[in-house]
Design a protein around this ligand. Structure first.
Ligand SMILES: Nc1nc2c(c(=O)[nH]1)N[C@H]1C(S)=C(S)[C@@H](COP(=O)(O)O)O[C@H]1N2
Ligand SMILES: [Mo]
Length: 249
């Protein structure tokens, strides 16, 4: 790509709209993006490509800065947000439920043992509890109490390849998200069975959600159906629509 001086007055109406969108998001001007990417951005596909490359770059920087030993802040019981907000890509009335006794977590990909897991089996593993802040990109945050099995312990049990790059989550409400292995092994990443010291209710992801306080809300999958260990970049429901893949909080 050729380096060109960025001339904002030479923008087409279409690109002017793209620029306004970028500025509104508080992100970056087209000129800034053009400088950072070293490309003349003279059409919308060009802008999209440059943005995707930037996103890739910020994902890598975030991954480098992430430490398995740096913990998300924990709070006191008195600080728990009540009522805790519900959010999904649909309204609360449309929440899907399953029979907890019949539910099994599917296990796929780079693991030694692919047998599905029941809730009773998860209850036999060590549990951890956390009171942490959930941050949603839609502009709200809330403090909640979750407990369950650390994902790292589950990955050991199924003989997962810990050198694989990604852990992918598929949900039975047709949602999905995925995380890097360092986050999967983080001590506060837990396969949640309980919310507020009682069985996880339908609104918050029954029968299982993955609570990841080092990630933004959309990377905390509810209604878990399957887990896959993989080296193939998995993306996710919101990530495929342009949300940052790393999504650190
Ligand atoms: N399966 C599933 N998980 C999901 C979502 C969803 O729509 N479906 N939404 C995500 C988003 S954007 C947020 S903010 C949180 C909301 O979780 P809560 O209802 O427990 O507050 O769930 C995340 N996990
Ligand atoms: Mo969210």
């Amino acid at each position: 790509m050729n380096r060109m001086k960025f001339d904002p007055t030479a923008l087409s109406p279409e690109l002017r709209r793209v620029e306004r969108r970028l500025m509104l998001k508080g992100a970056l001007s087209l000129g800034g993006l053009s400088m950072l990417s070293g490309c003349a951005l003279d059409d919308e596909p060009g802008v999209e490509r440059a943005l995707a490359r930037m996103m890739n770059f910020t994902d890598r920087i975030q991954a480098m800065l992430f430490s398995r030993h740096r913990l998300a802040r924990e709070f006191d019981a008195a600080q728990i947000t009540r009522p805790f907000p519900f959010n999904a890509y649909y309204a609360e009335d449309d929440v899907r439920t399953v029979d907890p006794a019949g539910w099994r977590l599917e296990v796929a990909g780079l693991v030694a043992d692919r047998r599905p897991w029941s809730l009773a089996a998860f209850r036999t593993l060590p549990q951890k509890r956390q009171i942490t802040r959930h941050i949603c990109v839609e502009g709200w945050s809330a403090i909640g109490c979750w407990s369950g099995v650390p994902l790292s312990i589950f990955l050991q049990h199924i003989g997962a390849d810990m050198n694989a790059k990604y852990v992918n989550f598929r949900c039975f409400d047709d949602y999905s998200t995925s995380i890097d292995m360092a986050t999967a092994l983080h001590p506060q990443t837990i396969m949640t069975l309980d919310f507020d010291d009682a069985t996880l209710p339908p609104a918050y992801g029954a029968p299982m959600k993955v609570r990841i306080p080092t990630k933004l809300g959309y990377k905390n999958p509810k209604y878990l159906a399957a887990i896959e260990v993989t080296n193939r970049f998995p993306g996710g429901y919101w990530e495929d629509q342009g949300y940052d893949w790393f999504g650190g909080s």
